[in-house]
Design a protein around this ligand. Structure first.
Ligand code: NDP
Length: 395
C-alpha cells in the first residue's frame, strides 16, 4: 500500500482524491495539498461522507520549490500527482527531484506570459530524472492521456501501420450558464484562442483559430460540429506512431460559447499580458477567471454526456482498417459518484489510474515518459474498472 500526494484541489484534484481514496488496496494514505487549504478540507469532508475514508490535507504554494520539496520530504509519498495548473509543472518537477519522489501531471508546462503548448521544457528534465532513478509521467488525463493510450493500443494490437489519427472531443453536456469553461478558465481560453495546428507528412501546418470545422458523429451523443484546434498530445504522438501520415485534434463548441468567446476576445478580456488599471497591474484573463463560474461548481446540475476518442485509419494484414476507440461519460453519473462533472472526471480518473500504474510498478521506469510509450493493456483494464469503459468500433 502506498502514500500519494495530490497537489491542486480544483475540479480535477477532487476527482483524483476521491478515486485514490476509493482504492485503499493501492493507496494506503492519501494527502491533498493546495494553495487554499479550505478547498482541500471540503473535498476531504465529501470523501468521508461518500466513501467513509479519511484523507489528510495541507496548504502549499507549489510555485515555491523549497516549500514543495520540504512537504514532500516530510510526507515521503511514493508519488506526487500534480493537478494544480500547468504553471506549476516545472517547480513541482524540481521539487520531486530535490526530494527524490516520482512525478505525474495531466497538462504540459506553459509559461504564464506566453500561451505556448510545448513539451520542450519538460523534455529537458529527461536526463535528470533518469540519473536520479525517478519517473515523470506526462499528460495522464483524458486528452492528453487516454487518447495517447488509445493510439498505443491501436499501434500495438489493432494495426500493422497507422496512417491517420483524428482525436475528437465532444462535451454535449449542459450546465445552464450562458458562458462557463469546464476546466480552469484561464488555461481553457488560452488553449482555444491559440492558432490551430496539425501535423501532415512530417510538417506542422498552422491555421487561423476555429477556421476549419467538420461534423463528427460522436458515439452516445450524435452528430456535432467540431473545430480543428492544436492540442499538446499531437507533439509527442508524432514521435511514437511509426508510419503516421497525418494527425489532427478536433473539439466541439456550441454557438453560444463561440459568440461569447469572440466578444471577450474583441474587447481584450482574453489578453494574457498585464495592463494598468487604477494604479495597479492586472491580467485581463485572470480577472475574467474571477468572474466566471468555478468549473467544479458546474457539477451539481450538469446534464448530458462527453464523448471523446480517436478515429484511426491504417493497414492490418494488407487490408485497409478504420476504427473509432472512445469513451462516453455521463455528467449526472459522475456527480453521484464523486461530486464532479464529466470533464473533471474524465481527467481525474486517468490521473488516478496512471498513479496506480507507477506505484504498483507496472509502468515504473526512470526518465520522463508519455503515456503512449508504456504498455496500454494494464492501464486500459484498470480504466474500464475505474469508471471509464472504452469501446472499439469498426468503421
Ligand atoms: P482548477 O482551476 O479547478 O484547479 C486548480 C487548482 O490548483 C486549484 O485548487 C488551485 O488553487 C490550485 N493551484 C493553483 N496554483 C497553485 C499553486 N501555486 N500552488 C498550489 N495550488 C495551486 O483547475 P482544474 O481542476 O479544472 O484543472 C487542473 C489541471 O488539469 C490543469 O492543469 C488543467 O490544464 C488540467 N486538465 C487536463 C485535462 C486533460 O484531459 N489532460 C483536461 C482538463 C484539465 P486555488 O483553489 O487556491 O485556486
Amino acid at each position: 500500500m502506498h502514500k500519494v500526494l495530490i497537489i491542486g484541489a480544483g475540479g480535477v484534484g477532487g476527482v483524483v482524491a476521491h478515486k485514490c481514496a476509493m482504492a485503499p488496496q493501492v493507496f494506503g494514505e492519501v494527502v491533498l495539498a493546495s494553495r487554499t487549504k479550505a478547498r482541500c478540507d471540503a473535498i476531504a469532508a465529501q470523501i468521508a461522507e461518500l466513501h467513509g475514508r479519511t484523507i489528510t490535507t495541507a496548504q502549499l504554494d507549489a510555485d515555491d520549490v523549497a516549500q514543495s520539496a520540504a512537504l514532500i520530504r516530510e510526507l515521503q509519498p511514493a508519488l506526487v500527482v500534480n493537478v494544480a495548473l500547468p504553471y506549476q509543472d516545472l517547480p513541482l518537477m524540481d521539487a520531486c527531484l530535490e526530494a527524490g519522489v516520482d512525478y505525474l501531471d495531466t497538462a504540459n508546462y506553459e509559461p504564464p506570459d506566453v500561451a505556448k503548448f510545448e513539451y520542450k521544457w519538460q523534455w529537458a528534465y529527461r536526463e535528470r530524472f533518469e540519473e536520479a532513478g525517478l519517473m515523470a509521467l506526462l499528460g495522464s488525463g483524458f486528452d492528453p492521456g487516454v487518447t495517447n493510450v488509445f493510439c498505443a493500443y491501436a499501434r500495438d494490437h489493432l494495426f500493422d501501420t497507422i496512417e491517420t489519427v483524428d482525436i475528437v472531443d465532444c462535451n454535449a453536456g449542459s450546465h445552464g450558464h450562458p458562458f462557463a469553461t469546464n476546466f480552469n478558465p484561464e488555461i481553457n481560453i488560452r488553449e482555444v484562442t491559440a492558432r490551430g495546428k496539425y501535423w501532415e507528412k512530417g510538417e506542422w501546418k498552422e491555421i487561423d483559430a476555429m477556421s476549419v470545422s467538420e461534423v463528427v458523429d460522436f458515439p452516445g451523443v450524435g452528430p456535432k460540429k467540431a473545430y480543428l484546434i492544436y492540442h499538446e498530445e499531437l507533439e509527442s504522438l508524432v514521435h511514437h506512431l511509426p508510419g503516421l501520415q497525418r494527425i489532427r485534434f478536433w473539439m466541439t463548441f456550441g454557438d453560444e460559447y463561440l459568440t461569447h468567446l469572440r466578444v471577450l476576445q474583441n474587447v481584450g478580456m482574453t489578453r494574457i499580458d498585464p495592463i494598468e488599471f487604477q494604479g495597479q497591474k492586472i491580467v485581463p484573463i485572470q480577472f475574467l477567471k474571477a468572474l466566471l463560474p468555478d468549473p467544479s461548481s458546474l457539477a451539481e446540475n450538469y446534464t448530458g454526456k462527453t464523448s471523446i476518442g480517436c478515429i484511426i485509419e491504417g493497414k492490418k494484414d494488407g487490408k485497409a482498417r478504420k476504427v473509432f476507440i472512445y469513451n462516453v461519460c455521463d455528467h449526472e453519473q459522475t456527480w453521484k459518484e464523486v461530486r464532479a462533472q464529466a470533464v473533471s472526471y474524465t481527467t481525474g480518473v486517468p490521473a488516478a489510474v496512471g498513479a496506480e500504474m507507477i506505484v504498483t510498478g507496472k509502468w515504473r521506469r526512470p526518465g520522463v515518459w508519455h503515456m503512449e510509450q508504456l504498455d496500454s493493456v494494464p492501464f486500459l483494464d484498470r480504466l474500464a474498472e475505474s469508471g471509464l469503459p472504452w469501446h472499439v468500433q469498426e468503421m
